[in-house]
Design a protein around this ligand. Structure first.
Ligand code: 13P
Ligand code: SF4
Length: 400
């Protein structure tokens, strides 16, 4: 099929991106308020029955505990490290997106898997679990602004265009993307990666002389390609709002890596100035997530996935000082769990990931109340065809 062009999309900013600043604050008191109070920031979260709106955090806490013990072993709660304290405390397993995908694929007994994370993670769990297991996302509005920057149809059109005149491209998608994009990768010889295995995923294809079209995080894509020795000039950004991604045919043919113009609204807040202040004024070692810009990554001492950050910081010697460039709930937790170290977030303004934040404890209680009453609220289900091909792409990742 010869596709003559990629038609630009109407410029739009995901609502999840617009809401990112809604919970930024100056003090680092991250304690939850009632849902009614949280709603005053004007955010568009999923509607819940009125009785959950006014419940105090303490009431919710004891009800979640009670429901968990009533439901028992039929229930398995997964919690991403960026979840707030009042939610993560109920998780049976915590992890980064790679670890949670593995845990979901290993969990064979629980009938209900409640995923305290974001939508793409729940979809992945549904793909990796068996047909009799139900994956539940407590708040269906808990998306991810980065994933929302790559609508599946746009990615499919861009892929059709690029692959039609250069057959050497392979699609790789970051876990932070829809199941439909994962399926596209499975169908076209590519795979899924997370920040903990992006280098292995890129190397697998670059070593064979293949070119990569990476979705949707330009920063992880650029940082990974550069770390494997690809030159900056050989990495081109695909702008979905421009005709043919804003690239000439020659540029697409000459590039080694194309990166979709998406970003994480949390990790792109970190700046080189913040890194310099941490190093020069606070005498800290700096560790950042690879979703940060390349300038920030270059000026830091270490870069790696959420699980890597936890590992390096927890295993450092007592008295170490760490400036961390990742989500605030994780940084706060690391600081509490390592009282012998000085740990702070690089950004002085406290901004939780607004989409992870949508898993308010009241939503967790709502879905648990449902399960106890025989009702499945907010089941995340990927259709059969998408499941087949996205599982291929995920299995290729698990084999890396
Ligand atoms: P991890 O792969 O480190 O869990 O990253 C997920 C994520 O959403 C980071 O922003
Ligand atoms: Fe998405 Fe960034 Fe939040 Fe991760 S931290 S879920 S990439 S918006």
């Amino acid at each position: 099929m010869n596709i003559k062009s990629y038609q630009p999309r109407k410029l739009s900013i995901p609502v999840t991106e617009l809401e990112q600043a809604s919970f930024c604050q100056l003090d680092d008191n991250l304690r939850s308020k009632t849902l009614e109070e949280e709603f005053r920031s004007g955010v568009k979260w999923q509607k819940v029955p009125n009785r959950y709106l006014k419940m105090s955090p303490a009431e919710i806490d004891s009800e979640v505990k009670r429901m968990k013990s009533i439901i028992g072993s039929k229930l398995y709660i997964l919690g991403h490290h960026y979840q707030r304290e009042e939610v993560i405390k109920f998780a049976d397993t915590t992890g980064d997106s790679f670890k949670l995908a593995l845990e979901a694929s290993k969990e064979k007994n629980a009938e209900f898997i409640v995923f305290c994370g974001v939508h793409f993670m729940a979809e992945t769990a549904d793909i990796l679990t068996s047909a009799n297991q139900k994956v539940i996302l407590p708040n269906m509005a808990a998306g991810c602004s980065m994933a929302d920057m790559a609508p599946s149809e746009d990615v499919q059109d861009a892929w059709n265009f690029v692959s039609s005149f250069s057959g050497n491209y392979v699609p790789i998608t970051y876990m932070n993307s829809t199941a439909a994009i994962k399926s596209l990768c499975g169908e076209n010889g590519g795979l899924v990666c997370t920040s903990s295995n992006a280098e292995k995923a890129f190397a697998k294809y670059l070593e064979k002389g293949k070119k990569i079209f990476f979705f949707p995080d330009q920063h992880l894509g650029r940082n990974t390609a550069l770390s494997l020795g690809v030159n900056l000039e050989e990495i081109k950004v695909w702008n979905p709002f421009k005709l043919n991604g804003g690239l000439s045919n020659e540029e697409i043919k000459r590039a080694k890596v194309l990166v979709w113009q998406g970003h994480c609204s949390v990790h792109t807040r970190f700046t080189v100035d913040q890194v310099e202040i941490a190093k020069n004024e606070k005498h800290a070692k700096v560790i950042v997530h690879p979703e940060c810009t390349n300038e920030v990554v270059k000026s830091s001492d270490y870069t790696g996935s959420t699980e890597y950050i936890i590992d390096v910081v927890s295993n450092s010697s007592p008295g170490s000082v760490w400036g961390i460039g990742t989500e605030i709930n994780l940084v706060k937790r690391l600081s509490l769990e390592n009282p012998d170290k000085e740990i702070f977030c690089l950004d002085p303004i406290v901004c939780p990931c607004a989409t992870m934040y949508r898993i308010h404890p009241a939503y967790l209680l709502w879905v648990l109340d449902g399960i106890a009453a025989g009702l499945v609220i907010n089941q995340v289900e990927v259709d059969f065809e998408t499941k087949v091909n996205s599982k291929i792409a995920l299995d290729r990742m698990l084999e890396l």
